[in-house]
Design a protein around this ligand. Sequence first.
Ligand code: TXA
Ligand code: MG
Length: 340
Amino acid sequence: METIKLDIVSGDYQNGIKEAAHILKKGGIVAIPTETVYGLAASAYSDDAISRVFKAKGRPQDNPLIVHICDMKMLEKVATDIPDEAYALAEKFWPGPLTMVLKKSDSVAQSVSAGLKTVAVRMPEEKAARDIIEKSGLPLAAPSANVSGSPSPTTAEHVISDLDGKIDAVVIGNGCKIGVESTVLSIFDGKASILRPGAVTAEEIEQLLGKVDVDKAVLEEPKSSEKVSSPGMKYKHYAPKTETFLVEGSIQAFVNFVNKKDNALAICFEEESHLISSEKIVYGEMSDKKTLAHNLFSALREADNFKKESIYIHAPDKAGVGLAVYNRLIRAAAFRVIKL
Ligand code: TXA
Ligand code: MG
């Protein structure tokens, strides 16, 4: 299959949006930019289109998808019994990188939710994404547009390198300004729980709702027998092919540690970069969690090109957006953590 490239930056914006919407209405699958990562979109009403998404990504069938909407009217089409807290959160954080797990309405295809009674919903901030949803008139189910297991795509090039020839089209937009996937929050019976951390932080949600839980799968390796609240958490994710370790400790400790390693790649902070003798990728300043989040997936994709025996990533602390960065890194490192 030839994957059509719809360039809305150097090409005609309106035409690209129109063409993407047209393909989606016909049951096609199209990669679209969002402010978090690129998504692989399909009509949330069509089991056929959704099954093509699972196939193109090689995604396990029991891992449900997020439904993307462009306005509150659409929210009420895809979810039912929406609690007051959800409206308050939508008011504050939508459009933006927050996904809410709500009760699913019957109109949404079964396969979107992988058989669950719930549906995850988000209104993206990226204008092109909302324009495509609006133009098609369809809520769009869209997982990240990568091959299952590899780092999420933050540029159109990442998408093309993973999915060219497997999907109908890719909308080539600007890079994703946030760079990690949305915060996934479930709210049932007045209880809010973060299933996956993202750019909307636990601290920000607590300002609105009071105490929120952070699901234990965010930082711990789920046991294979355990039922997880967010099926995505149990899969291997983001991992470079090279053996990868997450390292916690001060700048001095990290520098001393990696400088003793042979044939290693360091993924490190700006402040320590000049002290590190091995090859390295700098992913931002230690305290600038937003930049670390933004550069994270590109760094993980680049890492294998160095062809080293091992990769050591310096972990940021877990406050604010640091929790989202740490959550992705601990998975990239298959839960191998070294505490210095
Ligand atoms: O930022 C994002 O969220 C991106 C962009 C494209 O919007 N999408 C994304 O989708 O990251 P995906 O499929 O890669 O991750 C969806 C996550 C998975 O961990 C999945 O298990 C969880 O959301 N999820 C989806 N539906 C759920 C549900 N009904 N209950 C619990 N978790 C759910
Ligand atoms: Mg994903």
